[in-house]
Design a protein around this ligand. Structure first.
Ligand code: DLZ
Length: 163
């Protein structure tokens, strides 16, 4: 299924009330020319939807593989309702790409299933820098915006179940 022109922002029903919602964002420093733009998009969208800047905590890890640990620690020690893990893995000449993508997606997925805080998969896995740029403020928008909307919806999902 091609998702090239799919944009979550055109497919969501309603944005929940974000009053008092707190978000953690863990960002990979690898490919920071891309991850910084995704981060900006995520913060901009959180704020545009009513999230107070003081309720957004950002921390950095060296590479996407470390997003697993970073997100786990954010959940453990941060006072947050959802965590967004932002990274960008670009295919190179060796199988490293496959190992990092596999390990990171498995790790974040496991964390999502076992923690009581939602983890948003903000990992771009692309074949080229050009594909990453298209998704970081380029032709296909800024995926950071979608990560933020997903985080809001999942934080609300968790809140609704606790009522
Ligand atoms: C080593 C590595 C490579 C080759 N490529 C990327 C990449 O495209 N994106 C990314 O976020 N991280 C990369 N890394 C670093 C790994 O994620 C990790 O930081 C190291 O393997 C150390 O654990």
């Amino acid at each position: 299924m091609s998702t090239q022109n799919f944009n979550l922002l055109n497919n969501i029903k309603a944005i929940p009330d974000t009053t008092n919602m707190r978000f953690g964002i863990v960002v990979s420093e690898w490919n920071n020319n891309i991850t910084d733009i995704l981060l900006e998009g995520a913060i901009e969208t959180l704020k545009a939807n009513g999230v107070d800047e003081s309720n957004i905590t950002v921390s950095y890890v060296p590479g996407s593989f470390e997003l697993i640990y970073g997100a786990a620690q954010m959940i453990k020690h941060g006072y947050i309702d959802a965590v967004i893990a932002i990274g960008c893995v670009i295919r190179g000449d060796t199988p490293h790409f496959d190992y990092i993508c596999e390990a990171t997606s498995q790790g974040l997925g496991q964390l999502n299933a076992t923690s009581d805080k939602p983890v948003i998969f903000g990992l771009l896995t692309v074949n080229s820098l050009e594909q990453a740029q298209e998704r970081a403020g380029g032709r296909l928008g800024n995926k950071g915006n979608e990560f933020a909307i997903t985080a809001i919806k999942m934080a609300d999902y968790a809140w609704q179940l606790q009522k």
